[in-house]
Unconditional design. Structure first.
Length: 255
């Protein structure tokens, strides 16, 4: 398969598995990533996703052979855009685990993720300008939001990549690690994120209940929908105190 999916407790690992093509995005990869995100979003037991590539490359961007064969449209999905992810609306965080180059569309996929773990072998760049192309899958507007504008401008105008160290220095990369360790570090981060999310659930719901009561007491007609992991709270094994908070505040606890 072009994309592997593995659930590990409260998180899932999604791996682009086309090493023979430097994990370039073709139709199968785009569809596979979209389907993987569908699984993550639909499964209430999964809190975090990890997106990685089969080493030694994270993703080389669009599969040019696929484009030259007239199948460019297959590299996008209706809901996800390029690679099934760059335009995807979702409610759960995704961590990019980058070992090796993430170039062109590969960088744009990384920019679509919420957190980034990269090994020292990783590089990031949008070299489309060198081929008289445009980084049209989000690179041109997401990159200057992640790193200083002048650095992003240089990358866009020259097409030259930056190293993992430079990306980490400017804040594009959250965790920098040794070669071959990106997935392991991302797993540890996912476990940490899952624990924090679990611990914060009661606090978030309590805060929502308090704010709702304030709105109601002020005579403002406000309805709040509490969406936790896209699930019906009644159907989950939430502590009694949480559902009690919702009932006491008269908050609709359904989607």
């Amino acid at each position: 398969m072009a994309v592997d999916f593995e659930q590990r407790g409260p998180f899932a690992v999604v791996k682009i598995n086309r090493p023979e093509a430097r994990n370039a995005v073709n139709g199968a990869v785009a569809q596979g990533i979209e389907e993987a995100i569908d699984k993550i979003e639909a499964d209430d037991s999964i809190w975090v996703g990890i997106l990685t590539g089969e080493p030694p490359v994270f993703c080389a961007g669009a599969d040019l052979k696929e484009i030259n064969s007239g199948n460019a449209a297959a590299l996008q999905t209706k809901r996800g855009g390029f690679g099934g992810i760059t335009q995807r609306e979702r409610s759960k965080p995704i961590i990019a685990a980058v070992d090796g180059p993430a170039l062109a569309g590969g960088t744009e996929i990384v920019l679509s993720c919420d957190l980034v773990v990269a090994s020292s072998t990783a590089t990031f760049g949008i070299p489309e300008v060198k081929r008289s192309l445009v980084a049209a899958a989000g690179g041109l507007f997401r990159l200057p939001r992640k790193i200083p504008f002048n650095v992003a401008m240089e990358m866009a105008l020259t097409g030259d990549p930056i190293s993992a160290e430079v990306a980490h220095h400017h804040g594009l990369v959250n965790r920098l690690c040794e070669p071959g360790q990106a997935l392991d570090v991302a797993v540890a981060l996912a476990e940490q994120d899952s624990a924090v999310i679990d611990a914060l659930t009661d606090w978030v719901l309590a805060r929502a209940a308090r704010d709702y009561c304030e709105f109601r007491d002020n005579g403002i007609e406000t309805r709040m929908a509490i969406n936790v992991s896209g699930a019906n709270l009644v159907s989950l094994d939430f502590p009694d105190r949480v559902q009690s908070i919702l009932r006491d505040a008269n908050i609709p606890h359904h989607l």
